[in-house]
Ligand binder design. Sequence first.
Ligand code: NAI
Length: 254
Amino acid sequence: MKDFEDKVALVTGGASGIGAATAKLLARRGARVVLADMNAEKLSVVKAEIEAEGGMATIAVCNVTRDEDIAAAVTTAVETYGKLDYGVNNAGITGPIGPLVDYDLEAARSIVNIDLMAVISCMKEELKVMVPAGCGAIVNTSSIWGLTAGANFVAYTAAKHGVSGATKAAALEVAEQGIRINAIAPGFTYTPMISDQGLSIQKDSEAYKAGAANHPMNRWGEPEDMAQGIAWLLSDAASFTTGTILSIDGGFVA
Ligand code: NAI
């Protein structure tokens, strides 16, 4: 299915996990994709994978905590492909994990900057292009912790609730202008965030089994599960859907 053939998409966090899976799916469906991430090496790998499948992608190395980097990534889309139809604001981190009384507040501020403020900044820059065009769709990556709460995840939970709220508020602002803004709320999803960074949970470990058991469907989400939800929210099939937070979590928050 090539239903995104004339579309241009910007994907932050596009070098890894959910963002990389989303970029690949959008490209397979015909979109030209701007991969935005701070990890230049992994960006090159994803770009090569997309091109090997016959897709089109370009790279914008950026730190989403820098507003000027986000503006430059949007400019890359417009200068390379002539427009911007879709924004997937997905880059994020998890830590610190632990009791609030032991919190490293600087690390907590950093999470709020990356996981929440960058999403607001991305939406602002994307809307600067979409509002004059009178069309566009944005999907932000929230979390189950953007709908419910997790002990030992105070900063992440606060940031992701912020993403859910910002998604709804921004959606209302531009609903009449033909622009839709939604979010996904993933359950535990097996990506490098889980396997390689901070958490270091390996498949077949007790922690992995316990993570699966948290979900009524008794499994982890895969990046492709999230990519499918994001693609649906971006697509014309969701043309009457805005301001919604789509749970993709095997029943976690049901
Ligand atoms: P990941 O670690 O595989 O990918 C995250 C990407 O974001 C990485 O490529 C990283 O380089 C990039 N990134 C981080 N900070 C950045 C910065 N300041 N500037 C530019 N790029 C930056 O992680 P994953 O799992 O794919 O996460 C994607 C999103 O999904 C995040 O927002 C995360 O909070 C959210 N999420 C993940 C869940 C999971 O269980 N993996 C569950 C719920 C939400």
